[in-house]
Design a protein around this ligand. Sequence first.
Ligand code: SD4
Length: 303
Amino acid sequence: SGPAAQIVSTWDFGAAANDAAYAKLVSGGSLLDAVEAGAMVPEADPNNHSVGYSGYPDRDGHVTLDAVIMDDAGRVGAVAALEDSMHAISVARRVMEKTPHTLLVGEGATRFAKDQGFPYCKLLTPDSEKAWREWLKTANYRPEANSENRITRTPGGALDHDTIGLLARDASGRLAGACTTSGMAFKMRGRVGDSPQVGSGLFVEAGVGGATSTGLGEEVTRIAGTARVIASMRAGRSPQEACEEVVKHIAKLRGDAIRGVQVGFLALDPHGNVGAFCLLPGFTYAVTDMAGRTVVHKGTSLF
Ligand code: SD4
């Protein structure tokens, strides 16, 4: 029989990630192996400028990566502002497995990856460097409270929220998740978003569910978004109701400050119920069922 597992992930490019995750399970991998394998797909993709290799750099031209991996036994590892490694998710997993810590940042994370034998990778590609140089021409090169609102659009004008968050479930209802990103394009050096922070970019709890987020990270971290989704589910809400509750909470809390800002949540419970909700239209997510079939869905939105 097959692995009888289910995989969900953010955005339509999640379909390829789901397939890799599912294949890992079919070949006997664990849930952690699966979400790691899935996250590695966009990390290696030169056409995805929001994750891993070829991610857009920060304002100073450094590509810095954020990632977290977690299972429902409370095992967790994360890196933030990691440089020079393609697979931030694998470094995050190594933090979980080889250190007594849950999060390494910046220079320390970069050195840890090197010490662990992860190969050096020049993450900035000619494409993303060109986009950065374009951005520099007009950028108001000054930290400002709401600058992220402006740079949530790529130079081409498309919404640039392509962080991947994956959640996997096996037939017994066990869960694991992963989230990986290069963060907001042209961010301040040192800026860390929601993605690598447990309870913001990702949260998984045995018997309750898993949740992941995408969009403008600051709006997620200020309310510990995925921890709240899981709290909502723990209190009896379905994944869908929980995602809606949290998005509505953000809207109420932030009012005009979140106009034009995207935040989306995706959640999965131990029984296989999936929920997703976001602030603005356009959020998609990929669901792979127990038979390995993948369908991309449109998330419903508040506005
Ligand atoms: C962040 N949540 O760093 C991420 C952004 C994102 O593609 O989703 N970008 O805030």
